[in-house]
Every structure is written in structure tokens, then in C-alpha cells.
Design a protein around this ligand. Structure first.
Ligand code: 4FV
Length: 245
């Protein structure tokens, strides 16, 4: 897949592209990343922002340089999916990440200043937010999508199966992890994990995922794929912890 990023600061991405799943996905050929800087599409004197009509503080990104950068990025692609990163967007989820990782061409528009001229939204397929707070630019949100999508691509992860047990994979939070040493600061590793009994270990991890999701993100349980056994375990945990409905 190709992920194009429209940004005034392409240099901001150099670091996260130089290691980990993003670099490995690019090296394995499953991912191509390109940058389009609106400045390169702005007529002299290269103005990419201007005052907002109607007054008010801050500046707005001008439509023409953004439009030309977008047209250039879409050249040669039959199907491009254009995303504008903004607080007005739907909050990014792993479900959305998986959907995006199946596409051939993504264009991520990273705004700056107060945002982009609203007329560019006519060329945007989806608005996505990474959370209910305000950043100084859309670059970090674009990096979030880049990392979350890249790690699902062939060649990105040393253990391709690793993401299968990730949080949200089946709508639940992940189980706790332990590694050597067996004893740390007086704290032991749960016995079952040392038993080598994979059935018991799987059961324990499922129990932990259900319990942690119930305690930390009960909202997720509504959408999670739960078996009858899961529901029975959840009722048992609620009884144990005295959690009312
Ligand atoms: C943001 C977010 C975000 C708003 C104005 C960039 C800033 C500035 N994007 N999720 N939260 N964007 O705060 O995606 O241009």
C-alpha cells in the first residue's frame, strides 16, 4: 500500500520511519510512504495560510495549495482514500486501523494553525481524531495512523502473529505479561504461566482479559465478541468483586 502525507513538516516523520514496523514494512515492500508539502504547490510568495474570513485569532490553511497537493498525490491511483486528521473526526479505533490497512492508497492531510479551509472537506473521505484534545498540528495524528497501519502489514513485525493477541483484537484489553526474572522486588510470576500447560495458560489469559476489560474499560464489553463461557466468567468476576449490574 501507499500512504501519502500532505504536511508542511515532512521532516517530523523522519524519526519514526527510521526504525520498527514502519521501516520494516517499507523495506519489505509492503508499504510506500510519500510526502507532499503544500508550500511546493503554492504560487509565489509560497503563501499556504491566511487570516480567517469573519475575523478571529489564528490562521487557516489556504485551499489551493492543499487541493493541488491532493491532486498530485492521487495521480495514478484508481482508488484513493483521503483522511483529514482533526478533533472533529471520529475517534480512531483498531477496527478502523484494520479497515485502513486493507486499502491500496491512503492520503493523510495534516493541518496546522486553526485548521484547513472548509472547502477542502469536499475532497475528504473521512475525518479522524486521535482523541479529544487539541494539538498544534495533524502530523502526530498522521504518525499514529502510519504506525498502527504499518504494523499490520506483511514484513512489519518479527512475529507476524503478535498482533493477533493485541488489545482490541477481539474487542478486549490484553492480558498482563511477565518475563524473566521469576521474582522481582518480592513479586512472583503467576504460577500458571510457569506450568507449561498451554490450555490452563490460555484460560488464565482469557480470564485476565475479561477481568481487565470489565475493570478498566467496561464500555468495550458491549461491542466485544463474547462466548457463553465468557459471559459466565464475567458474571463470576462481578460476584467475586461485588460489582452490581
Ligand atoms: C487532532 C486531534 C488535532 C487541530 C488544529 C491541528 C489540531 C491544528 N487531529 N486528532 N486531536 N489537530 O488536535 O487529530 O491544526
Amino acid at each position: 500500500m501507499t500512504i501519502d502525507i500532505i504536511t508542511l513538516f515532512p521532516e517530523a516523520f523522519e524519526c519514526i520511519m527510521s526504525f520498527g514496523p514502519i521501516r520494516k514494512a517499507v523495506e519489505s515492500g509492503s508499504l510506500k510512504i510519500r510526502f507532499f508539502n503544500p508550500v511546493d504547490f503554492a504560487p509565489h510568495p509560497k503563501q499556504v495560510d491566511d487570516e480567517p474570513y469573519g475575523g478571529g485569532a489564528g490562521m487557516v490553511m489556504k485551499p489551493e495549495p492543499l487541493y493541488k497537493a491532493l491532486q498530485k498525490a492521487k495521480e495514478g491511483f484508481s482508488e484513493s482514500y483521503v483522511i483529514y486528521m482533526s478533533p472533529q473526526g471520529r475517534i480512531l479505533t483498531q477496527e478502523k486501523v484494520k479497515e485502513l490497512s486493507g486499502r491500496e492508497h491512503l492520503v493523510l492531510i495534516s493541518g496546522r494553525y486553526k485548521g484547513i479551509d472548509e472547502r477542502i472537506m469536499a475532497f475528504v473521505d473521512e475525518e479522524i481524531s486521535i482523541g479529544d484534545y487539541v494539538l498544534s498540528g495533524g502530523e502526530i495524528p498522521a504518525m499514529v495512523i502510519l504506525d498502527a497501519v504499518a504494523r499490520l502489514l506483511p514484513g512489519a513485525m518479527s512475529d507476524p502473529d503478535s498482533w493477533r493477541t493485541d488489545s482490541f483484537e477481539d474487542g478486549l484489553l490484553d492480558a498482563p505479561y511477565y518475563t524473566r526474572p521469576r521474582e522481582f522486588m518480592g513479586m512472583e510470576v503467576p504460577e500458571v504461566l510457569l506450568s507449561g500447560h498451554h490450555g490452563k495458560i490460555e484460560k488464565w489469559r482469557r480470564y485476565q482479559r475479561l477481568k481487565r476489560t470489565l475493570l478498566k474499560r467496561p464500555d468495550l464489553l458491549k461491542k466485544a465478541k463474547l462466548s457463553e463461557e465468557d459471559r459466565r466468567i464475567l458474571e463470576e468476576i462481578k460476584r467475586e468483586l461485588g460489582i452490581e449490574e
